[in-house]
Design a protein around this ligand. Structure first.
Ligand SMILES: Cc1cc2nc3c(=O)[nH]c(=O)nc-3n(C[C@H](O)[C@H](O)[C@H](O)COP(=O)(O)OP(=O)(O)OC[C@H]3O[C@@H](n4cnc5c(N)ncnc54)[C@H](O)[C@@H]3O)c2cc1C
Length: 478
């Protein structure tokens, strides 16, 4: 009987990244944690564990945090380092070796994966269809000295199993309602590290070249983060601390206290009726599977369905687009009808225009917009309804719609805790017509793009409490 060469994959999520051989004499399975930064409900970690059991080797988890990516800031570093502390606790309870590394100077982390792969049997990492991850995975595949796999744990559906790009939400909803069930049979494990053995001594030369960040440093990150050459103006958001423990706490509280009124209340910023889980999903501190499981078990009727629809239809529509298109933030990625109508109106007189600096500083004539921008800068999030208005107004006030796209990408990705995500691009481009249809009457500047106004928003929503919190007169009392 010949033994199988690889552990079986029933999930359809595993992608082989290079053509290098498995080193059966290696010392460990290297799990390189990059986007699914959690030790629970994690398909990539399940795969590493499957390899560890298959080859009867211990597991080494390396979670690294680089400096060199666009929009790196104290805000994102604080959030991620809180997650590293949780991952350290989970792995030490399980007795699994955890290697947290933070780059202190640009380029200092280069070579770490190559060095660690030298003593590995196999390298397993996360697949994620957006931002810098696809390029990093391909480069790591070349550098790794052994067989490397990338595992897609981004959503409930493996992105490669969605057969085409869906341009409207209802078409995608119809499709996944028929196809999701088969992927729900292969949920990731709630406690993948249970029963694994540790006992790895990482090469001392590697440890001295790429010094792991200590537990004391992870417990008190403010000082060392403040010394890093990253955007320090974008500061930590204390009310949204990172980590998988906080993510699970939020999920439990949301399901217990909010889910059964989600559908009715979610569009009202004053009612605190959404989960605020988007940053945790973005940094992989929680899995959409865990959220799905908790929300369906709560049996919250139409409200539960409304929430799950956001989680699957809208969230995975963004993943779907990124999987098929690299240029997610380019003008040419917008639907043809939308580009045409905006270009036809590009020369329309704009009663007011604002520069990026004015917008970033929340210095417009529109108090609702300014409040939303201040919330983005202060808390790293804007309520979804106001986020739509925020984007539409940037279109209205930009000299050209192409400028609007650039400004939205910059402001959102620099300040939003959930920025640089597939949903960032789907939300921003929705404001410019993606996933939407042409609307009448045709208007100046917008053409056939759906229009939104602050006046209407003020009529529809109870906006006063929001303005009390984020209006200018309160700036100095916060
Ligand atoms: C201009 C603009 C920019 C946006 N930028 C981002 C971004 O950078 N990152 C981001 O995650 N989302 C973005 N969105 C989508 C949406 O605003 C957020 O996902 C949502 O507000 C997150 O809040 P929540 O976690 O409380 O959502 P909940 O209402 O609790 O929903 C649960 C989850 O479902 C998903 N979801 C909910 N609403 C949407 C939506 N409209 N589109 C896609 N997924 C959704 C999110 O993953 C969310 O965490 C943007 C929308 C717009 C209009």
């Amino acid at each position: 009987m010949t033994l199988p060469e690889y552990p079986e994959d029933k999930t359809c999520r595993v992608r082989i990244v290079n053509d290098k051989a498995v080193n059966r004499d290696g010392e460990y399975i290297l799990h390189w944690m990059t986007t699914a930064r959690r030790c629970r409900f994690n398909h990539a970690l399940d795969r590493s564990v499957a390899w560890a059991k298959f080859l009867n080797k211990p597991l080494l988890i390396c979670e690294a945090l680089g400096l060199g990516h666009r929009w790196a800031s104290a805000r994102f570093h604080s959030f991620i380092s809180a997650g590293m502390l949780d991952n350290h606790s989970f792995s030490s309870v399980a007795g699994v070796e955890y290697y947290p590394y933070v780059e202190r100077e640009p380029g200092a982390g280069k070579g770490l994966i190559k060095a660690l792969s030298r003593n590995a049997c196999v390298v397993v990492t996360d697949d994620w269809p957006c931002f810098i991850t696809p390029k990093i995975v391909e480069a790591a595949g070349r550098q790794s000295e052994v067989h490397m796999e990338a595992v897609d744990g981004a959503g409930l559906l493996p992105v490669s199993k969605v057969p085409k790009v869906f341009s409207r939400a209802f078409h995608f909803r119809n499709w996944h309602q028929k196809n999701l069930h088969e992927h729900l049979e292969h949920f990731s494990s709630a406690d993948p590290l249970k029963g694994l053995s540790g006992g790895i001594a990482v090469d001392s030369e590697i440890l001295s070249t790429w010094n792991p960040v200590s537990i004391d440093e992870l417990s008190e990150p403010a000082k060392w983060i403040s010394e890093l050459p990253i955007d320090q103006e974008v500061a930590e958001v204390r009310i949204h601390p990172g980590g998988s423990v906080e993510a699970s706490r939020r999920l439990a509280s949301f399901v217990e206290n909010i889910l059964d009124r989600y559908g009715e209340d979610r569009n009202h910023p004053d009612r605190v009726a959404t989960s605020t889980l988007s940053p945790y999903l973005h940094f992989g501190h929680i899995s959409s599977q865990e959220i799905y499981q908790e929300a369906t078990e709560a049996d919250a009727g139409e409200n539960g369905d409304a929430f799950i629809d956001q989680l699957i239809t809208w969230r995975e529509l963004g993943l779907n687009y990124c999987h098929y298109h690299e240029e997610v933030d380019s003008w040419s990625s917008l639907p043809e009808w939308a580009r045409k109508t905006m270009e036809e109106h590009a020369g329309d007189l704009r009663p007011v225009t604002y520069s990026l600096e004015q917008l970033e500083a929340a210095e417009t004539h529109d108090e609702i917009w300014n409040a939303a921008q201040r919330q983005l800068k202060g808390e790293g999030l804007i309520h979804n309804y106001l986020r739509m208005l925020w984007g539409k107004k940037i279109l209205e006030w930009s000299p050209h719609p192409k400028d609007a796209l650039e400004v939205m990408v910059h402001l959102n990705n620099r300040w939003a805790l959930d920025g640089r995500d597939p949903n960032s691009y789907s939300g921003i481009t929705w404001c410019l017509g993606r996933y939407d249809r042409a609307w009448g009457p045709e208007r100046p500047i917008f053409g056939k793009i759906r229009y939104m106004s602050s006046e209407n928003t003020a009529r529809k929503l109870r906006i006063k409490p929001y303005l009390q919190q984020w209006g200018e007169e309160n700036l100095f009392s916060r």
